[in-house]
Design a protein around this ligand. Structure first.
Ligand SMILES: C[S@@+](CC[C@H](N)C(=O)[O-])C[C@H]1O[C@@H](n2cnc3c(N)ncnc32)[C@H](O)[C@@H]1O
Length: 402
């Protein structure tokens, strides 16, 4: 359980052959992970119960799913085993729509965000702890570049696409700049895609009525950033980790042992099985830690999906909810989720108290943005969970898997 480490993220862009390196990242917001102590402050912000709270647009984000996950957790809290959720952990945070929604609505007490993509993690770290500085920086970017549109805005887009911390830049400054890079590219690139080949909104010619700045609404973004800052100040957002999912899930019991096994729930929203490797850069899997483990697995080959399945079936020490595209392999293959309960090894059962919780499976129909699911409107999402099975609903929304 390291607090600061050197992470190298090789950020390759297939279209450009570029290689960028971030070093000496902060693995959490402060010098060490924030503990959970006392009661968190009350959430007093207009956006707390709003529909959209995240400053990031996210490929694959399905705002409808946050509501569904909220209903699932509320329903599970009817069980004697899980009366409240002290901490919701989101190891594939991305735009963090679910965490921001559930903590604002008071369904969970606190949230912990984590993402292996350094740009995403650094964005959330700075948004949480240096909110006003980021708002000032964003406003300045808008006034000087985005508001002009055309060549000025496109040149700035190219600048951020190519930006890496220059030699000699302090780690704190690099983190703030990385947060701005993430926010700028997320709001000005097609579908909010940060890496790879996606181009600026409106294209290189900017001939569309929707130009590069059409999603860069400074007023709305300011409010959303302040909501994130408020959650951090009130200790509702506990911390933001820059870690691989496996490290996040393994570190939670180390940092918050008092919550194991029934007062913490992980919400896992990994890249889709069907689309892996297209929307998300895999570069952040090349971390010092993963190389050391010899675990250079990739989502696109399916290996990372199997590693995740193996871990949540056999090793995880707390309850989890997993959302996926409804790919038949996930339900039919033993290496994925064909089993109906967790099956930890004897050693983990005895040493760590790992449970044999049943795995409930449901299909939920959702409307997606065109970018998220092959351009189709409605699609089924598969929900798998070890929340107390008797309280996992079966109804028109949560359809049983046959
Ligand atoms: C489907 S998106 C999550 C979307 C999110 N639920 C939302 O509402 O915006 C998947 C996220 O997982 C992150 N990710 C990919 N591989 C990861 C890994 N090995 N460990 C942790 N995060 C990873 C990506 O950077 C991306 O932000």
């Amino acid at each position: 359980m390291t607090t600061v480490t050197v992470v190298e993220a090789a950020e390759t862009s297939p279209g450009r052959g570029r290689l960028a390196t971030f070093t000496a990242q902060q693995r959490q917001i402060g010098p060490t992970t924030r503990p959970i102590s006392g009661s968190p402050g009350s959430v007093d912000h207009r956006l707390a119960t709003g529909r959209y709270q995240s400053p990031l647009r996210y490929p694959g984000a399905k705002s409808g799913l946050a509501t569904v996950i909220g209903k699932l957790v509320e329903s599970a809290m009817g069980s004697a085993q899980l009366q409240r959720v002290d901490l919701l952990v989101e190891p594939f945070a991305g735009g963090a729509a679910t965490s921001l929604r559930l903590v604002g609505a008071g369904i969970v007490d606190r949230v912990l965000l984590a993402d292996a993509d350094p740009l995403v993690a650094m964005f959330w770290q700075v948004a949480a702890a240096e909110t006003e500085e980021l708002i000032d920086r964003m406003t300045d970017e808008y006034d000087r570049y985005v508001s002009h549109g055309g060549v000025v805005a496109l040149e700035r887009w190219d600048f951020w696409r190519g930006w890496t911390p220059p030699a000699g830049m302090s780690a704190d400054t690099a983190r703030r700049e990385a947060a701005m890079k993430c926010l700028f590219l997320n709001r000005t690139t097609f579908s909010g895609i940060l890496h790879g080949q996606a181009g600026p909104i409106g294209g290189r010619r900017q001939e569309s009525p929707y130009g590069i700045g059409c999603r860069f609404n400074v007023g709305g973004l300011t409010e959303r950033l302040r909501y994130v800052g408020h959650l951090y100040q009130t200790h509702r957002l506990v911390d933001v980790w820059c870690k691989d999912w496996k490290e996040t899930l393994g570190d939670v019991p180390e940092w918050y042992p008092q919550l194991i096994p029934n007062r913490v729930v992980a919400y896992l929203d990994p890249p889709y099985l069907e689309k892996s490797g297209k929307l998300y850069q895999q570069s952040f899997e090349v971390t010092a830690a993963s190389i050391a483990e010899g675990a250079y697995a990739s989502w696109s080959s399916g290996r990372a999906h199997r590693r995740l399945a193996e871990y949540v079936r056999r090793q995880i020490q707390f309850r989890w909810i997993l959302s996926y595209d409804a790919h038949p392999t996930l339900l039919s293959d033993k290496a994925f989720y064909s089993n109906s309960r967790m099956n930890p090894c004897d050693r983990d059962r005895i040493e760590f108290g790992t449970k044999c919780w049943p795995i409930s499976k449901r299909l939920v129909s959702l409307n997606y943005t065109a970018s998220a699911r092959n351009g189709r409107g409605a699609a089924n999402e598969l929900l798998l969970t070890t929340l107390p099975s008797r309280c996992v609903p079966v109804d028109d929304l949560f359809k049983p898997v046959i």
